[in-house]
Ligand binder design. Structure first.
Ligand code: GLA
Length: 410
C-alpha cells in the first residue's frame, strides 16, 4: 500500500503505511451492479479536465470557457463530451453535512445547466478521505449525501481521488496491510454504490494511482475507469514511463471499464510536436480516456490538429474495446498493435530513443505481428496510403511514431 506523493510528509511519521505494494491482490468485495440501462463509458470517456492547466486556480468562468471552446474548436464534433472540474471547487459542509461549493463556483447547478446547454456533460472531483489532495473537503462519511448532491446538480462524471484516505484510516482504525487494502476497496465500493443509487448515470473514475491492482477489483465495485499510474507530467520521461507501465494491463480493459494512464498533456509544457503525437497515438492504442488538459482558448492549430485527428480518435473509440499491446521491442523501437472491429488492426512503431533510431534503419518484422504482407493501410498522421512489407526499412525520428491502420490484414 502506498500513499499519494502529496502526503509524503506524513509517511515519515507512519512508515507502516508505505510497506510493499501488493500488485497481485485479489478482489475481496464483489457487488456487481445490475446493468439494465445502457452501458456507461461503453468507449473510453473523452473530454477535458481542469487540473493539468489550471490546477488550483480553476473557476466557474474557466469551466464555461472550456465548454464554449470545446464547441468552437470542433473538439465536441470530434467526440469530446465531458468538461471535468478537478480539485479545489469544494467549500464547507453546512449544519446538515451538505457540501457547498466555494466562492470560485457560485452555483454548481447553473454551471451544469450551462455545460449541458452546450451539448456537453459535467464532471466533478472528490475522494474517499476527509480531504482532497489539495486539502479541500472530501467525502469520508458523506458518500451517499455527496452522490445525491452531484445527481441533484446534474453531474455526469466523478473522479474519486485517494489523497488523505490512508492517513485518515491510520488514525480512525489502524490495521495491517491487508486491512488497509480492504478499507480502500470498501471505501471505493461505498461511493460506487452511492452513485448507482443516486438516480443519475454518473461515470465513476477511480484515482488511486494503481495501488493494489485496481484493474482486478474496480469493475466489480462499479468503476468505469481506474488510474493505473501516478500523475502524468508534461514531459517525455513521464509520458514514456507511463506507456511502459501499461504493458500487461490490456486484458482488464473493455466496454464500460478502462485502464486510465492519466489525462492528456497534449499542448502542455515543452513537449515537441512529435512527443505530442506519440502521446496521443499511444493513448489511443491503449484505449485510454482522452481527457485533454490544455489551455483551450489559446490552443495552437497544430495542437488542435492532434487532438481532433478523427482517424486516431477512431482507434481510441473502437467499439470492440480491446486495448493494444506491445508486440515486440527492437533496440529503442517498440511495435504496438491494437485489434479493432471488423478485423482491422492498428500498428504503432515508436522510437523511444533520443533521435534517429539506434538500430537505424529499423526493419519492421510483420511476421512477429502475425502478418504476411504486403499490407495496405493508412498512415494516420499524414493521411497517406501506405503499403507495409516484411522487413521494410522504416525511419522514425526520436520520440516520434508511425501509426498505421490496416482494414484488411492478411
Ligand atoms: C492528484 C491526482 C491529480 C489531481 C490532483 C488534484 O494528484 O492524481 O490528477 O486530481 O490530485 O489535487
Amino acid at each position: 500500500m502506498r500513499l499519494h506523493t502529496a502526503f509524503l510528509p506524513l509517511l515519515l511519521a507512519f512508515p507502516l503505511l508505505v510497506s510493499a505494494q501488493t500488485t497481485a491482490a485479489k478482489p475481496h468485495h464483489k457487488s456487481v451492479p445490475t446493468e439494465s440501462a445502457p452501458i456507461l463509458a461503453a468507449t473510453p470517456p473523452m473530454g477535458w479536465n481542469s487540473w493539468n492547466f489550471f490546477a488550483g486556480k480553476v473557476t466557474d468562468k474557466d469551466i464555461r470557457n472550456a465548454a464554449d471552446q470545446m464547441v468552437a474548436t470542433g473538439m465536441k464534433d470530434a467526440g469530446y463530451v465531458y468538461i471535468n472540474i478537478d480539485d479545489t471547487w469544494e467549500g464547507d459542509r453546512n449544519a446538515d453535512g451538505v457540501l457547498t461549493s466555494n466562492a470560485k463556483f457560485p452555483d454548481m447547478k447553473a454551471l451544469a445547466d450551462y455545460v449541458h446547454s452546450r451539448g456537453l456533460k459535467l464532471g466533478i472531483y472528490s475522494g474517499p478521505g476527509s480531504k482532497t489532495c489539495a486539502g479541500f473537503n472530501a467525502s469520508l462519511d458523506h458518500e451517499v449525501q455527496d452522490a445525491q448532491l452531484y445527481a441533484s446538480w446534474g453531474i455526469d462524471y466523478l473522479k474519486y481521488d485517494y489523497c488523505s484516505f490512508g492517513w485518515d484510516m491510520s488514525k480512525k482504525s489502524p490495521t495491517d496491510e491487508t486491512g488497509q487494502m480492504r478499507q480502500m476497496v470498501d471505501a471505493y465500493a461505498k461511493m460506487g454504490k452511492a452513485l448507482q443509487q443516486s438516480g443519475r448515470p454518473i461515470v465513476y473514475s477511480l484515482c488511486q494511482y494503481g495501488m493494489d491492482a485496481p484493474w482486478e477489483w474496480a469493475p466489480a465495485i462499479g468503476g468505469n475507469l481506474w488510474r493505473s499510474t501516478d500523475d502524468v507530467q508534461a514531459n517525455w520521461l513521464s509520458i514514456y514511463g507511463i506507456i511502459n507501465q501499461q504493458a500487461g494491463l490490456a486484458k482488464y480493459a473493455g466496454p464500460g471499464h478502462w485502464n486510465d494512464p492519466d489525462m492528456l498533456e497534449v499542448g502542455n509544457g515543452r513537449l515537441s510536436l512529435a512527443e505530442n503525437r506519440t502521446h496521443f497515438s499511444m493513448w489511443a492504442l491503449l484505449a485510454a480516456p482522452l481527457l485533454a488538459g490544455n489551455d483551450l482558448p489559446n490552443m495552437k492549430p497544430e495542437i488542435k490538429a492532434i487532438l481532433t485527428n478523427k482517424d486516431v480518435i477512431a482507434i481510441d473509440q473502437d467499439k470492440l474495446g480491446r486495448e493494444g499491446t506491445r508486440a515486440y521491442v527492437d533496440g529503442e523501437v517498440e511495435v504496438w498493435t491494437r485489434h479493432l472491429s471488423n478485423g482491422a488492426l492498428a500498428i504503432a512503431v515508436l522510437n523511444a530513443g533520443r533521435d534517429r533510431v539506434a538500430n537505424h534503419p529499423f526493419h519492421l518484422n510483420l511476421t512477429q505481428l502475425g502478418l504476411k504482407g504486403p499490407e495496405k493501410g493508412k498512415n494516420l498522421w499524414t493521411g497517406q496510403d501506405v503499403t507495409l512489407t516484411n522487413n521494410q526499412p522504416i525511419e522514425i525520428k526520436g520520440h516520434d511514431i508511425l501509426l498505421v491502420r490496416i482494414d484488411s490484414p492478411k
